[in-house]
Ligand binder design. Sequence first.
Ligand SMILES: Cc1cc2nc3c(=O)[nH]c(=O)nc-3n(C[C@H](O)[C@H](O)[C@H](O)COP(=O)(O)OP(=O)(O)OC[C@H]3O[C@@H](n4cnc5c(N)ncnc54)[C@H](O)[C@@H]3O)c2cc1C
Length: 333
Amino acid sequence: MREAVTVRDMLRLEERLRDAGLAVTRDESLAKRTTFRIGGPADWFAVATSVAQLEAAAEAAAESDLPLTVLGGGSNVLVSDAGIRGLVVANQTRWHGPAAEWTGAPHALLREEQWVAESGVPLAGLARATIRAGRGGLEWAVSVPGTVAGAVIGNAGAHSSDTAANLAWALVWWPGEGRDVLSGADLRYVYRGSLLKERLLEGRDARPVVLAAGFDLPPADVAELTAKADEYLARRRATQPVEPSAGSIFRNPPGHFAGKLIEELGLKGQRIGGAQFSPRHANFIVNTGDGSAADVVALINLARARVWKSYGLVLIPEILFAGEWAAAPLLPL
Ligand SMILES: Cc1cc2nc3c(=O)[nH]c(=O)nc-3n(C[C@H](O)[C@H](O)[C@H](O)COP(=O)(O)OP(=O)(O)OC[C@H]3O[C@@H](n4cnc5c(N)ncnc54)[C@H](O)[C@@H]3O)c2cc1C
């Protein structure tokens, strides 16, 4: 078990972060950093705007033996009402472009024709920019919130494609080991999952950090790519709720749609406190204004119990739980 963090550890952490150019704040509310608009405070909070800063923050947290949580768009995470202990770093690294212009260290999987993005680049913006540059493959992503790292970790996908389809490599910092470059095969992609997501789900304090990624995006016709992306976006706008949420709350069980199961059980529109199964799309839980993480968890457990009882199917959350919980968020079935 981790020994208590001393005042000296804390001061050293703050000093290391300041040396790396990161401003540190205490007790920063995370509600405004998540698309759910839910979440208690972070003990320490900093914003990283370069890969060097992100890596320095990870090293400083490891040296001080403090848990590190990196937040991208906060669009696939439920932060507990008690907040996150240790250091939270908001990833606002923003560079992306052709591999030839990347200033990071060359490695065995880097190819000149690839497109490279730092891990904090918003995925939808990356998709639009690569379409404009006449590179195909990320059209599905124009409507998906969050960052490149979030997509690399969770194998984000939509419209019958996903991150794994075009990812060439990911540059990852591992606690105690430093940098490594992983191929798509190394990342062991499955539907909405990867080796990295498994590591995050293990809940250890020492977590890998995604720094950058390279994509294989073959040349394609800009007008065709744009038309496809616009159609996806329109379809999305017509079917998804606009209230704060974290997107689909459950993975679809093989051969089923989680939303359909929830709807069949009469839970569409069901509220607990300020959280509700969206009347528009039953696999979305929305924050109706004053929703708490406890409200969201209560709805998750309600749906899991009902679906298990009626269909014998296990609903697995697509979102990740972050922060300090009085008890494990998922009740046993
Ligand atoms: C309205 C809406 C629609 C959505 N539609 C889709 C969809 O169509 N398809 C889909 O797949 N998803 C969808 N999502 C979910 C979400 O957009 C994706 O899962 C996205 O990839 C998450 O990225 P993020 O940067 O927001 O991750 P975050 O929520 O910030 O983080 C997710 C997890 O990864 C960790 N993490 C983040 N960055 C790093 C890093 N650099 N290094 C290490 N760990 C890190 C976090 O600590 C957390 O555990 C939707 C969400 C919303 C709100």
